[in-house]
Design a binder for this molecule. Structure first.
Ligand SMILES: Nc1ncnc2c1ncn2[C@@H]1O[C@H](COP(=O)(O)OP(=O)(O)OP(=O)(O)O)[C@@H](O)[C@H]1O
Ligand SMILES: [Mg+2]
Length: 237
């Protein structure tokens, strides 16, 4: 397998505080890779740096073999990395359709409508409510729309930050099923989750981030069985 994303010795600071320290991980083409770790571990900071919203203090980020860590965020999106952010960040006063159109803003081709229909196939409820304002939706529907919006840029790599946050167990399952479906359709996924159990069960590979550092990694099912992971993140001891 070839690496689609390589993060090498990444350090990111907010002023004097290093939120991410020397983090390294690889996402191979076609995989689902998850980053797990407790509150404040540096997961969101890592994704925001890959997206070009923050700049590394040191380290390298390679996408499809090319360095992207000095590119502007919209160029990184154009290269094929979409970011579905923590907290969803939809435009609540805009309709489903308008939110999806915004996700396609970097595209110059004519396939936008076909891709919108693809999102509606994936999430029929969004198709039924395409003219409704997003702000009135349930948490699960908003998460579907946030994922759909990210897919509208036709990403090679989709990064999802806490997609199950605040959702019911049934809706969480629905979202995780969708992530697997997107993988089977050819999208590579980088998933950040506090729900370590569900994320690792789905992942080809997982990395544990602890206080800004990668402390442990392995295939998802191996990490699920690892005593240190079970004690720290699955509420067992
Ligand atoms: N804008 C900011 N300014 C200063 N410090 C920040 C900022 N954003 C995050 N931090 C700090 O950086 C560290 C890492 O935060 P980050 O949001 O990346 O963690 P996280 O792993 O995503 O946590 P969570 O699971 O709560 O989402 C934390 O100590 C946090 O307080
Ligand atoms: Mg976070």
């Amino acid at each position: 397998m070839t690496a689609l994303l390589e993060v090498q010795n990444l350090t990111v600071a907010y002023g004097a505080i290093e939120a991410v320290r020397d983090v390294s991980f690889t996402v191979d083409e076609g995989q689902i890779v998850s980053l797990i770790g407790s509150n404040g571990a540096g997961k969101t900071t890592t994704l925001r740096t890959i997206s070009g919203l923050l700049r590394p203090k040191s380290g390298k980020i390679l996408f499809a073999g090319e360095s992207i860590d000095s590119l502007e965020a919209h160029v990184i999106l154009q290269r094929g990395i979409a970011h579905c952010p923590e907290g969803r960040r939809l435009f609540g006063r805009m309709t489903v359709e308008e939110n999806l159109q915004l996700g396609a803003y970097v595209r110059r081709d004519t396939g936008v409508e076909a891709d919108m229909n693809r999102v509606y196939e994936l999430f029929p409820v969004l198709g039924e409510r395409r003219h409704n304002k997003a702000g009135l939706f349930s948490g699960g529907e908003q998460q579907m729309l946030a994922i759909g919006r990210a897919m509208m840029s036709r990403p090679r790599l989709l990064m999802l930050d806490e997609p199950s946050m605040g959702l019911s167990p049934i809706m969480t399952q629905r979202i995780f099923d969708t992530i697997r479906e997107l993988q089977s359709q050819g999208t590579t996924i980088l998933l950040v989750e506090q729900n370590a159990l569900a994320a690792l069960a789905l992942s080809d590979h997982g990395y544990v981030i602890d206080l800004g550092r990668t402390s442990l990694d392995g295939p998802g099912h191996e990490l699920l069985a690892d005593e240190r992971v079970r004690a720290a993140y699955l509420g067992e001891n």
